[in-house]
Design a protein around this ligand. Sequence first.
Ligand code: AP5
Length: 224
Amino acid sequence: MSELNLIFLGAPGSGKGTQAQRLMDDFDIAYIATGDMLREEVAQGTPLGTKAKLFMDKGDLVPDDVIIAMIAEKLSKTEAHDGFILDGFPRTIAQADALSQQLTALGKELSAVLLIEVSDDEVVRRISGRRVSATTGRVYHVDLDPPKHEGRCDVDGARLLQRDDDKPETVKKRLSVYHQQTAPLISYYGERDLLRRFDGTRSPTEVHDHVRATLATLRLEELL
Ligand code: AP5
């Protein structure tokens, strides 16, 4: 494992983005979040964004071919050459197979798939209080992980917003899509001995400490 190539897996609201941001402070590697990339396309009003919004607003997955092409372009760029964190991709077996093919073509392999486990009730509680910085993308929760000043990002004071797809009925749909289409990736990566599980009900700092300890162990094992 000469470079860290990681995937964060877990239900919507399980804390993937929160943990990925913390890992970015530890390792200088590329952060690739398909949800953020799609929201950027929506905000810019591109044809891809206009198409994706139709699916995102309903809590459905954007079609595999669109996502696979988007990720292929990103992974082939130089910033991903020294390692990457994938957040929100892959989400289907077809996406996982496409990723595997692309990594083989690039001469890379995955280091680990980090699964953050929380209950559906906890997901609803978290998403209903989630707020996101309009400029930095940093994620907060009004009760569980509040900013220092209400409604403002700690980093630059920008306004905190609620995501369009964080409405209760859309969250229910996203959870059901996760269980049907994404949860099969747990056994997919388990069979490949890449899966590492984390108790996502612990505090963000405890989860982060556990992730770091796991990655340190992986690196030590590589040296043995
Ligand atoms: P995406 O943006 O990827 O959303 P998601 O997977 O539903 O995940 P979230 O961003 O909602 O949650 P998270 O796990 O990152 O949690 P967070 O850290 O924010 O995707 C959005 C949409 O885009 C999809 O529905 C789909 O339409 C489309 N899409 C994206 N990728 C796709 C793909 N590959 N294929 C097809 N379609 C795709 O935390 C949540 C809240 O909890 C925050 O408020 C946080 O402060 C709080 N929190 C976090 N950790 C803790 C903790 N340990 N304790 C207490 N609170 C915590």
